[in-house]
Design a protein around this ligand. Structure first.
Ligand SMILES: [Zn+2]
Length: 290
Protein backbone atom coordinates (compact mmCIF):
# COMPACT_ATOMS: atom_id res chain seq x y z
CA UNK A 1 0.00 0.00 0.00
CA UNK A 2 2.67 2.43 0.99
CA UNK A 3 4.57 1.70 -2.17
CA UNK A 4 1.59 2.35 -4.38
CA UNK A 5 1.02 5.89 -3.21
CA UNK A 6 4.39 7.42 -4.07
CA UNK A 7 4.15 5.74 -7.47
CA UNK A 8 0.99 7.63 -8.27
CA UNK A 9 2.35 10.90 -7.00
CA UNK A 10 5.58 10.52 -8.88
CA UNK A 11 3.56 10.19 -12.05
CA UNK A 12 1.49 13.20 -11.15
CA UNK A 13 4.62 15.15 -10.39
CA UNK A 14 6.29 14.42 -13.69
CA UNK A 15 3.08 15.39 -15.44
CA UNK A 16 3.04 18.68 -13.62
CA UNK A 17 6.72 19.39 -14.19
CA UNK A 18 6.24 18.63 -17.86
CA UNK A 19 5.11 22.19 -18.27
CA UNK A 20 8.52 23.58 -17.40
CA UNK A 21 11.21 22.11 -19.53
CA UNK A 22 14.13 22.73 -17.20
CA UNK A 23 12.55 20.84 -14.32
CA UNK A 24 11.75 17.87 -16.51
CA UNK A 25 15.30 17.74 -17.78
CA UNK A 26 16.92 17.59 -14.36
CA UNK A 27 14.44 14.97 -13.26
CA UNK A 28 15.23 12.62 -16.10
CA UNK A 29 18.92 13.24 -15.73
CA UNK A 30 18.90 12.19 -12.11
CA UNK A 31 16.84 9.12 -12.86
CA UNK A 32 19.18 8.10 -15.65
CA UNK A 33 22.33 8.56 -13.67
CA UNK A 34 20.99 6.40 -10.85
CA UNK A 35 19.71 3.70 -13.17
CA UNK A 36 21.95 0.71 -12.71
CA UNK A 37 20.43 -2.67 -11.95
CA UNK A 38 17.13 -1.74 -10.41
CA UNK A 39 14.01 -1.78 -12.60
CA UNK A 40 12.97 1.67 -13.72
CA UNK A 41 9.67 1.84 -11.82
CA UNK A 42 11.29 0.99 -8.50
CA UNK A 43 14.11 3.44 -9.14
CA UNK A 44 11.61 6.24 -9.64
CA UNK A 45 9.96 5.43 -6.32
CA UNK A 46 13.30 5.38 -4.55
CA UNK A 47 14.33 8.77 -5.84
CA UNK A 48 11.03 10.43 -5.15
CA UNK A 49 10.83 9.08 -1.62
CA UNK A 50 14.34 10.24 -0.93
CA UNK A 51 13.49 13.65 -2.38
CA UNK A 52 10.38 13.78 -0.28
CA UNK A 53 12.35 12.98 2.82
CA UNK A 54 14.92 15.63 1.93
CA UNK A 55 12.17 18.17 1.37
CA UNK A 56 10.49 17.18 4.63
CA UNK A 57 13.69 17.37 6.65
CA UNK A 58 14.56 20.71 5.04
CA UNK A 59 11.12 22.03 5.91
CA UNK A 60 11.57 20.82 9.47
CA UNK A 61 14.89 22.65 9.78
CA UNK A 62 13.31 25.90 8.55
CA UNK A 63 10.27 25.57 10.79
CA UNK A 64 12.43 24.71 13.82
CA UNK A 65 14.40 27.92 13.26
CA UNK A 66 11.13 29.85 13.23
CA UNK A 67 10.12 28.12 16.48
CA UNK A 68 13.43 29.12 18.08
CA UNK A 69 12.97 32.78 17.11
CA UNK A 70 9.46 32.79 18.51
CA UNK A 71 10.62 31.30 21.81
CA UNK A 72 13.40 33.87 22.20
CA UNK A 73 11.07 36.71 21.33
CA UNK A 74 8.44 35.33 23.67
CA UNK A 75 10.80 35.60 26.66
CA UNK A 76 11.75 39.23 26.07
CA UNK A 77 8.36 40.81 26.76
CA UNK A 78 8.39 38.93 30.08
CA UNK A 79 11.47 40.88 31.18
CA UNK A 80 9.70 44.11 30.32
CA UNK A 81 6.61 42.90 32.14
CA UNK A 82 8.68 42.13 35.26
CA UNK A 83 10.11 45.66 35.22
CA UNK A 84 6.68 47.19 34.72
CA UNK A 85 5.34 45.18 37.67
CA UNK A 86 8.25 46.28 39.85
CA UNK A 87 7.68 49.93 38.89
CA UNK A 88 3.97 49.67 39.69
CA UNK A 89 4.87 48.13 43.06
CA UNK A 90 7.31 50.94 43.84
CA UNK A 91 4.78 53.60 42.89
CA UNK A 92 2.18 52.04 45.20
CA UNK A 93 4.75 51.88 48.00
CA UNK A 94 5.63 55.57 47.56
CA UNK A 95 1.93 56.50 47.51
CA UNK A 96 1.40 54.62 50.78
CA UNK A 97 4.41 56.35 52.36
CA UNK A 98 3.02 59.75 51.35
CA UNK A 99 -0.37 58.90 52.87
CA UNK A 100 1.33 57.76 56.08
CA UNK A 101 3.33 60.97 56.13
CA UNK A 102 0.15 63.05 55.78
CA UNK A 103 -1.44 61.20 58.71
CA UNK A 104 1.63 61.79 60.86
CA UNK A 105 1.64 65.49 60.01
CA UNK A 106 -2.02 65.65 61.03
CA UNK A 107 -1.22 63.95 64.33
CA UNK A 108 1.63 66.40 64.94
CA UNK A 109 -0.70 69.34 64.28
CA UNK A 110 -3.25 67.86 66.69
CA UNK A 111 -0.65 67.51 69.42
CA UNK A 112 0.58 71.06 68.81
CA UNK A 113 -2.98 72.33 69.18
CA UNK A 114 -3.40 70.39 72.38
CA UNK A 115 -0.21 72.02 73.74
CA UNK A 116 -1.67 75.45 72.92
CA UNK A 117 -4.88 74.44 74.72
CA UNK A 118 -2.96 73.20 77.75
CA UNK A 119 -0.94 76.42 77.89
CA UNK A 120 -4.15 78.46 77.80
CA UNK A 121 -5.69 76.33 80.53
CA UNK A 122 -2.57 76.64 82.69
CA UNK A 123 -2.71 80.42 82.23
CA UNK A 124 -6.39 80.40 83.18
CA UNK A 125 -5.82 78.26 86.28
CA UNK A 126 -2.88 80.41 87.37
CA UNK A 127 -5.09 83.51 87.08
CA UNK A 128 -7.82 81.79 89.09
CA UNK A 129 -5.26 80.88 91.75
CA UNK A 130 -4.82 84.62 92.39
CA UNK A 131 -8.44 84.91 93.49
CA UNK A 132 -9.04 81.71 95.47
CA UNK A 133 -11.02 81.79 98.66
CA UNK A 134 -9.32 78.85 100.38
CA UNK A 135 -6.44 76.38 100.24
CA UNK A 136 -8.64 73.61 98.93
CA UNK A 137 -9.51 75.61 95.81
CA UNK A 138 -5.85 76.55 95.40
CA UNK A 139 -4.70 72.91 95.66
CA UNK A 140 -7.38 71.78 93.27
CA UNK A 141 -6.18 74.33 90.68
CA UNK A 142 -2.56 73.28 91.29
CA UNK A 143 -3.54 69.70 90.48
CA UNK A 144 -5.22 70.85 87.24
CA UNK A 145 -2.09 72.81 86.29
CA UNK A 146 0.09 69.78 87.03
CA UNK A 147 -2.19 67.60 84.93
CA UNK A 148 -2.04 70.02 81.96
CA UNK A 149 1.76 70.23 82.29
CA UNK A 150 1.95 66.45 82.11
CA UNK A 151 -0.36 66.50 79.10
CA UNK A 152 1.95 69.02 77.42
CA UNK A 153 5.01 66.89 78.13
CA UNK A 154 3.25 63.86 76.73
CA UNK A 155 2.27 65.75 73.57
CA UNK A 156 5.83 66.97 73.11
CA UNK A 157 7.07 63.42 73.50
CA UNK A 158 4.56 62.23 70.88
CA UNK A 159 5.54 65.06 68.49
CA UNK A 160 9.18 63.97 68.80
CA UNK A 161 8.22 60.39 68.02
CA UNK A 162 6.07 61.43 65.06
CA UNK A 163 8.83 63.62 63.69
CA UNK A 164 11.26 60.75 64.01
CA UNK A 165 8.84 58.52 62.06
CA UNK A 166 8.33 61.27 59.47
CA UNK A 167 12.05 61.49 58.83
CA UNK A 168 12.34 57.71 58.46
CA UNK A 169 9.46 57.70 55.98
CA UNK A 170 10.93 60.61 54.04
CA UNK A 171 14.14 58.64 53.74
CA UNK A 172 12.19 55.58 52.53
CA UNK A 173 10.42 57.74 49.96
CA UNK A 174 13.71 59.12 48.71
CA UNK A 175 15.22 55.64 48.43
CA UNK A 176 12.16 54.27 46.66
CA UNK A 177 12.14 57.21 44.27
CA UNK A 178 15.79 56.59 43.48
CA UNK A 179 15.10 52.91 42.74
CA UNK A 180 12.01 53.91 40.76
CA UNK A 181 14.06 56.23 38.58
CA UNK A 182 16.64 53.49 37.93
CA UNK A 183 13.93 50.96 37.05
CA UNK A 184 12.23 53.43 34.74
CA UNK A 185 15.53 54.04 32.95
CA UNK A 186 16.04 50.26 32.68
CA UNK A 187 12.56 49.90 31.29
CA UNK A 188 13.18 52.50 28.60
CA UNK A 189 16.35 50.68 27.53
CA UNK A 190 14.65 47.25 27.60
CA UNK A 191 11.68 48.53 25.65
CA UNK A 192 13.80 49.97 22.88
CA UNK A 193 15.90 46.80 22.83
CA UNK A 194 12.75 44.75 22.56
CA UNK A 195 11.47 46.91 19.74
CA UNK A 196 14.72 46.42 17.83
CA UNK A 197 14.74 42.69 18.42
CA UNK A 198 11.10 42.31 17.41
CA UNK A 199 11.71 44.22 14.18
CA UNK A 200 14.84 42.21 13.51
CA UNK A 201 13.38 38.81 14.32
CA UNK A 202 10.15 39.54 12.50
CA UNK A 203 12.16 40.18 9.37
CA UNK A 204 14.04 36.93 9.91
CA UNK A 205 10.84 35.10 10.72
CA UNK A 206 9.10 36.36 7.60
CA UNK A 207 12.02 35.23 5.49
CA UNK A 208 11.86 31.80 7.10
CA UNK A 209 8.12 31.58 6.60
CA UNK A 210 8.61 32.48 2.93
CA UNK A 211 11.28 29.79 2.65
CA UNK A 212 8.98 27.33 4.41
CA UNK A 213 6.12 28.03 2.00
CA UNK A 214 8.46 27.64 -0.96
CA UNK A 215 9.66 24.31 0.40
CA UNK A 216 6.13 23.10 1.01
CA UNK A 217 5.57 23.17 -2.77
CA UNK A 218 7.90 20.20 -3.10
CA UNK A 219 5.81 18.10 -0.74
CA UNK A 220 2.58 16.46 -1.73
CA UNK A 221 -0.55 17.59 0.14
CA UNK A 222 -1.13 14.30 1.96
CA UNK A 223 2.39 14.35 3.40
CA UNK A 224 2.28 18.04 4.18
CA UNK A 225 -0.96 17.61 6.10
CA UNK A 226 0.58 14.74 8.06
CA UNK A 227 3.71 16.84 8.72
CA UNK A 228 1.66 19.78 10.01
CA UNK A 229 -0.49 17.53 12.17
CA UNK A 230 2.50 15.78 13.78
CA UNK A 231 4.28 19.09 14.29
CA UNK A 232 1.25 20.62 15.94
CA UNK A 233 0.89 17.72 18.35
CA UNK A 234 4.59 17.48 19.19
CA UNK A 235 5.63 19.56 22.17
CA UNK A 236 8.96 20.51 20.56
CA UNK A 237 7.43 21.11 17.13
CA UNK A 238 9.42 18.26 15.61
CA UNK A 239 7.63 16.20 12.97
CA UNK A 240 10.71 14.92 11.16
CA UNK A 241 13.52 13.51 13.26
CA UNK A 242 16.69 11.60 12.59
CA UNK A 243 17.72 8.33 14.14
CA UNK A 244 20.07 9.02 17.00
CA UNK A 245 21.94 6.14 18.63
CA UNK A 246 19.42 3.59 17.31
CA UNK A 247 16.55 5.59 18.78
CA UNK A 248 13.90 7.99 17.54
CA UNK A 249 15.24 11.55 17.77
CA UNK A 250 11.83 12.74 18.89
CA UNK A 251 10.74 10.37 21.67
CA UNK A 252 14.03 8.50 22.18
CA UNK A 253 12.44 5.06 21.99
CA UNK A 254 14.62 2.36 20.46
CA UNK A 255 14.00 1.56 16.82
CA UNK A 256 14.19 -2.17 15.88
CA UNK A 257 17.12 -3.01 13.53
CA UNK A 258 14.81 -4.10 10.69
CA UNK A 259 12.94 -0.81 10.93
CA UNK A 260 16.24 1.08 10.86
CA UNK A 261 17.26 -0.80 7.75
CA UNK A 262 13.98 0.17 6.04
CA UNK A 263 14.52 3.79 6.97
CA UNK A 264 18.06 3.71 5.60
CA UNK A 265 16.75 2.38 2.26
CA UNK A 266 14.67 5.57 1.82
CA UNK A 267 12.10 3.54 -0.12
CA UNK A 268 9.11 4.61 1.84
CA UNK A 269 8.25 7.12 4.47
CA UNK A 270 8.48 5.47 7.87
CA UNK A 271 7.13 6.88 11.09
CA UNK A 272 8.16 6.12 14.65
CA UNK A 273 5.84 3.47 16.05
CA UNK A 274 5.77 5.23 19.43
CA UNK A 275 5.37 8.92 18.65
CA UNK A 276 4.38 8.91 14.97
CA UNK A 277 7.17 11.25 13.89
CA UNK A 278 8.66 10.81 10.42
CA UNK A 279 12.09 9.22 10.64
CA UNK A 280 15.08 10.00 8.45
CA UNK A 281 18.55 8.53 8.52
CA UNK A 282 21.93 10.28 8.68
CA UNK A 283 22.32 10.39 4.87
CA UNK A 284 19.27 12.63 4.48
CA UNK A 285 20.51 14.88 7.31
CA UNK A 286 23.92 15.15 5.64
CA UNK A 287 22.38 16.01 2.26
CA UNK A 288 20.18 18.72 3.79
CA UNK A 289 23.01 20.16 5.88
CA UNK A 290 25.35 20.32 2.91
ZN1 LIG B 1 9.41 8.47 18.32
Amino acid sequence: MAKATPKITSKAKSKKSGKTKSVKKTDTKEIKSQKVDVPEAEQVIEITTEKKLIALYTLQQIDSQTDKIRIIRGELPLEVQDLEDEIAGLETRIDNYIKELELLKQSIAEKENSIIDSKALIKKYEDQQMNVRNNREYDSLSKEIEFQSLEMQLSEKRIKEFNFKCNAIKEDIENSQQILKERKDDLEIKKSELKDIITETEKEENELIKKSVENQKFIEDRLLTAYKRIRKNARNGLAVVQIERDACGGCFNKIPPQHQLDIRMNKKIIVCEYCGRILVDQDIVDIVNS
